[in-house]
Design a protein around this ligand. Structure first.
Ligand code: SF4
Length: 480
């Protein structure tokens, strides 16, 4: 299938996972609040978007493939009235990118629920088999539907009681928001792998993957939802339960490096500043004789600023990004292919020609984009191109909700840093150390997952069988 093959992918790096949102606010325009919150979380997933609202005991769900601004218009938002809402933006992790896997998931196996989930269950296959045995049928192939089915079919009177019993059965990463006819309930896995924050909107409460979703709707960040905690937003206000205690915290360190927006706050730190410190430490660890620092926009900007600050080197924009390109499904054709399509970045010869350039980026996964950038800069006249990366080499896949490619596709797999530099045709290449990352965020490995860099999976290395498309494979094979 070539006609709809994507060219090029919007990013050669790790793909963001999903973003979730929930608000309980009678008297407010909850669908509009959800719309703008999702708009702020768009970087976490661009394949589909959805909002579910509840009014007078009736849940309405609207979801579709595309960006938030493509899926919703005034008319659709007006149809989504209610006292509470949840929302989701998705980049497919478990389950393919098909429409059935768009969220919020809606189910009624005894209790009507709409659910939005960010993460990846590592025991999805086992739970799916168990539910199938109980006669529960599935529409899609996502692990989020499994959580929805477990909660929907649970006999407990309160959704909070259902969550309390279901949570210990779930393994892996799950920052989840569920809506019933009476409540919004949000819960985070006991390791706190994916982010989830709690905010206040006047007298009411909101939850979201990142605090940037609160800023846009005028809500205030209160705190993060604790790992293993359940928060319930109802007419009574805010109630919380610590469902699972005493488990090692393993927050995703990559959220600090790249995934989350730089204006979001995590562990009390605004990420723009933490990333700036990563750039400063990168200079300390890997200085280089050069004339000019440039970034790979936009995600490399904060670290490039830090690198320039610490080195005293001038910084300029040597690569201009087309900000209006998300994804194109149109093939470039032979003529443009020959020309070397500069769809996403355009180098400025007037800035880079004759210069020894340091290019700062946040990560390299497969290396295709980096190789292209080095080539473009050389063609634009750069005398030397030195790559500096504000994260360690990525050598392992993520099992907790981020699409990172397979080990074999990763440029750092089985290569030394010198060999990677050769592959990229860079004059030099250096990565920030893991210690440098932790110094920048003011924390340590004891509280984080850094498995894609270190290979140490905090929950153990899950079987390949529970990989990205495990449920799809099972779903098409008839049970024997
Ligand atoms: S493996 Fe990497 S991306 Fe996945 S949760 Fe751990 S640190 Fe984050």
């Amino acid at each position: 299938m070539t006609t709809f093959e994507r060219f090029p992918t919007d990013r050669d790096g790790p793909r963001d996972e999903c973003g979730v949102f929930g608000v309980y606010a009678p008297g407010h325009d909850v669908s509009r609040l959800a719309y703008f919150a999702l708009y702020a979380l768009q970087h976490r997933g661009q394949e589909s978007a959805g909002i579910a609202t509840c009014e007078g005991g009736h849940i309405t769900t609207l979801r579709d493939a595309g960006l938030v601004s493509q899926v919703f218009d005034e008319e659709k938002l007006r149809a989504l009235e209610g006292d509470m809402a949840i929302g989701h933006v998705r980049y497919s992790t478990t389950g393919g990118g098909s429409w059935e896997n768009a969220q919020p998931v809606w189910r009624d196996d005894g209790r009507e629920v709409a659910l939005a989930h960010n993460g990846n269950l590592t025991n999805a296959v086992e739970l799916w088999g168990e539910l199938k045995e109980r006669g529960i049928a599935f529409r899609g192939t996502s692990d989020s539907e499994i959580i929805a089915a477990l909660l929907s079919s649970h006999g407990g009177k309160l959704i909070e009681d259902a969550v309390e019993e279901v949570m210990p059965r779930l393994e892996g990463a799950y920052s989840t928001v569920v809506m019933t006819k009476h409540a919004i309930v949000a819960f985070r896995d006991p390791h706190g792998i994916r982010p989830l924050s709690l905010g206040r909107l006047g007298e009411r409460f909101v939850v979201a993957s990142e605090s940037c979703a609160f800023d846009i709707i005028g809500a205030e960040l209160m705190r993060e939802v604790h790992p293993g905690e359940l928060v319930s937003l109802t007419e009574r206000g805010l109630e919380t339960r610590q469902v699972v205690k005493g488990v090692r915290r393993s927050t995703c360190v990559f959220e600090h490096i790249y995934f989350s927006r730089p204006d979001s706050r995590m562990d009390g730190v605004v990420l723009q500043q933490a990333r700036g410190r990563m750039g400063e430490i990168l200079w300390r660890e890997a200085p280089v004789d050069a004339d000019l620092v440039i970034s790979v926009p936009d995600s490399g900007n904060p670290a490039a600023a830090g690198f320039a600050r610490a080195s005293g080197l001038p910084r300029d924009d040597g690569l201009i990004k087309n900000r209006y390109v998300a994804r194109t499904f149109i093939q470039p054709g032979q003529e443009l292919r020959k020309h070397g399509l500069r769809l996403k970045f355009n180098p400025l010869p007037e800035i880079v020609a004759g210069q020894r350039i340091v290019v700062v980026d946040d990560s390299i996964v497969r290396g295709n984009t980096t190789r292209q950038i080095v080539g473009m800069l050389r063609k634009a006249g750069a005398r030397e191109v030195h790559m500096r990366i504000s994260a360690p080499p990525i050598r392992n896949p993520c099992h907790y909700g981020v699409d990172m490619s397979t080990r074999e596709e990763m440029i750092a797999h089985g290569r030394t840093v010198e060999e990677i530099a050769d592959e990229l045709d860079a004059d030099s290449l250096a990565y920030l150390s893991m210690e440098g990352v932790y110094e920048a965020i003011g924390s340590g490995p004891e509280d984080h997952c850094d498995a894609c860099f270190s290979g140490h999976y905090p929950l153990g290395d899950p079987e390949e069988a529970n990989g990205k498309f495990a449920l799809e494979e099972i779903a098409v094979v008839p049970a024997s």
